[in-house]
Write a protein that binds this ligand. Structure first.
Ligand code: SF4
Ligand code: SF4
Length: 325
């Protein structure tokens, strides 16, 4: 339970807990000790050199995720354009073959702003909640959110510019996102208006794709420029309340990314590619409190860590079962 609470605290912005040896399981202690023997250290360092020397790019998961984002968003667009009424509405609130779906954060904003709970909204929320509960709450970010796709491209440019020394990354306090979640909720309650929706790039992009470009795209462009030239993944890491809301749902999801201490080289390639590297704290040397650990609530299930891990220490799993994929 204390590890679960720490996951939630970390998601809200606290630094990940550094567990003492007393908190480590016997299996974890044995593996940490084993990895420190001179022979194993040599082997591990040789493996890291080999890995870094033979980096093979693997984009399997990225291709699948991008395809998923494009397909989901195109279903909305084509449904509207050809008036087939398969899906009506946008990502924030829609009907799928007549069945209501509502983005959890948008629904919360509506309830706070208008102080009513509509039955259609409840149906939409429960349906979406069940879907994302099963596949892992923040999977919405990596597999559906149209802003994620653009932000991922912006992130690649940002990393290239940082590598060339042209720009510097400006990390911020992760707790800013929690503060913004409260601010947007309070604004909806006080003003009686869903203020967040006017600045939400997810809704702006979804509506622009379906109904045509609007002025909100200027804001999306500004956000992307900030992410390219100033702060890596600025919106998703430090502002977006949607990611935080889905993070809570994902904290109890059956589908998780699972870490296996036995296979880990601790070279940190996974943390370099991860949008939320605080969830991979256990991949640092001597940090894992157990042999097998499910990655924390803030994980978006983007699988970029799986793509770069040369030893298969990270994998998709269903809690309580073996390999999923
Ligand atoms: S954090 Fe927000 S904008 Fe970023 S991917 Fe998730 S839902 Fe989209
Ligand atoms: S831990 Fe892996 S799957 Fe989760 S967000 Fe980070 S890179 Fe993506």
């Amino acid at each position: 339970m204390k590890f679960f609470i720490d996951e939630l605290r970390t998601m809200l912005g606290s630094a990940p807990q550094k567990w003492s040896k007393d908190d480590h399981s016997q299996a974890a202690r044995d593996i940490h000790t084993f990895k420190q023997t001179p022979e194993q250290r040599k082997l591990r360092i040789a493996s890291i050199h080999e890995e870094l020397g033979n980096k093979v790019k693997n984009y399997r998961w990225r291709i699948q995720r991008w395809a998923s984002i494009i397909i989901v968003n195109m279903i909305f667009v084509l449904s509207y354009w050809f008036d087939v009424q398969l899906v009506e509405g946008a990502l924030t609130a829609s009907r799928f073959v007549g069945f209501h779906l509502a983005d959890l954060n948008s629904a919360l904003q509506v309830v706070l702003a208008y102080k009513v709970i509509l039955i259609n909204l409840v149906i939409g929320v429960v349906t979406v909640l069940l879907i994302w509960w099963f596949v892992g709450g923040r999977s919405f970010c990596s597999w559906v959110c149209p802003y994620h796709l653009l932000a991922e491209i912006a992130e690649m440019l940002h990393i290239k510019l940082v590598d060339k020394g042209i720009v510097k990354d400006h990390p911020m306090r992760r707790s800013t996102r929690t503060v913004m979640w409260v601010v947007f909720a309070a604004l909806a309650f006080i003003t009686g208006y869903t203020v967040f929706e006017t600045v939400n790039p997810v809704g702006i992009l979804s509506r622009s794709l379906i109904y045509g470009a609007g002025f909100g795209l200027v804001l999306v462009a500004v956000l992307l420029l900030i992410e390219i030239f100033y702060s890596r993944r600025f919106w998703c890491r430090y502002i977006c309340p949607i990611g935080l809301t889905y993070g809570f749902v994902g904290s109890i999801s059956p589908v998780v990314i699972r870490y296996d201490l036995n296979h880990c080289l601790h070279e940190g390639e996974c943390r370099n590619v991860c949008m939320v590297p605080h969830v991979l704290e256990m991949t640092k040397k001597n940090r894992a409190h157990d042999e097998i650990i499910d990655i924390g609530a803030d994980c978006t299930r983007c699988a970029m860590c799986l793509e770069v891990c040369p030893t298969g220490a990270l994998n998709f799993k269903i809690r309580g079962t073996g390999d999923l994929i």
